[in-house]
Design a protein around this ligand. Structure first.
Ligand code: 13P
Length: 250
């Protein structure tokens, strides 16, 4: 599918202080050319209210890094969809490999989290991707296929879903997948979801994540099936992140 507009999403993970969020984003926005890429900033929960007023003025999207699968109630430490909407979130990351690794129950909660977030009108950035071992053994596609069937096949359509392919061996390691490796997997993901959802997956965007930097984002996104990037470490550094965002306007 041709990418009419790219998506550049920043996953800050557990970094920065709430007081640093607004000045940082303001600096990004001063140099951000709003032409060819939509920007989604996903800071820690505590920073969201600090960015939400700013969001309205400047036209970037605000996302969270996780969500509860429940409406409300006795779920200590959890954050609900309504709470995210209340502070201006439009997007939420679900299924990040770091969460899957930290919580043994995360995998089983992902299908419900996705349905629930979508039912509330949030756009979901759904993460999948294989560990190094599966890449070495050459079964990375069957690993990702299993994730897709388990996590997404209960949905009725994918119009509000964004997939982020993040090979675990490339996250935070400085080891980016080559653009050919990424393209091959993106095409596989698109075909897999097309065979299940047909036209209901027509406009699906598939982002690549894993050691994306200003100097490799252009090459990655020159590929037909790479519709943008989900950026961790480099989204915390002003010049790097501006370099990535504006690389889509060349
Ligand atoms: P890095 O860009 O630091 O490799 O992180 C990628 C990631 O996990 C984004 O969600």
């Amino acid at each position: 599918m041709p990418h009419s507009k790219y998506i550049v999403a920043a996953n800050w993970k557990m970094n920065k202080l709430a007081s640093q969020a607004k000045p940082f984003v303001s600096e990004i926005l001063m140099s951000y050319i709003r032409k060819n890429a939509d920007l989604v900033i996903c800071p820690p929960y505590t920073h969201l209210p600090h960015l939400s007023a700013n969001k309205i003025i400047s036209g970037f999207y605000l996302g969270a890094q996780n969500i509860s699968e429940f409406e409300s109630g006795a779920y200590t430490g959890e954050i609900s969809a309504d709470m995210l909407l209340d502070v201006g979130c439009t997007h939420v990351i679900i299924g990040h490999s770091e969460r899957r690794a930290m919580n043994p129950f995360e995998n089983s909660m992902i299908p419900n989290k996705i349905s629930f977030a979508l039912s509330k009108g949030l756009k979901v950035i759904y993460c999948c991707g294989e560990p190094l071992e599966n890449r070495i053994n050459g079964n990375e596609k069957s690993y990702v296929h299993d994730q897709l069937t388990h996590d997404l096949y209960h949905l009725s359509d994918l119009s509000q879903l964004i997939v982020a392919y993040e090979p675990i061996w490339a996250i935070g390691t400085g080891k980016t997948a080559t653009s050919d490796q990424a393209e091959e997997m993106h095409l596989f993901i698109r075909k897999t979801l097309q065979s299940k959802f047909d036209k209901r997956s027509e406009n699906l965007k598939i982002l690549y994540g894993g050691s994306v930097k200003a100097n490799n984002s252009i090459e990655l996104c020159s590929k037909e099936n790479i519709d943008g990037v989900l950026v961790g470490g480099a989204s915390l550094i002003v010049d790097e992140f501006i370099g990535i965002v504006n690389s889509f306007n060349q």
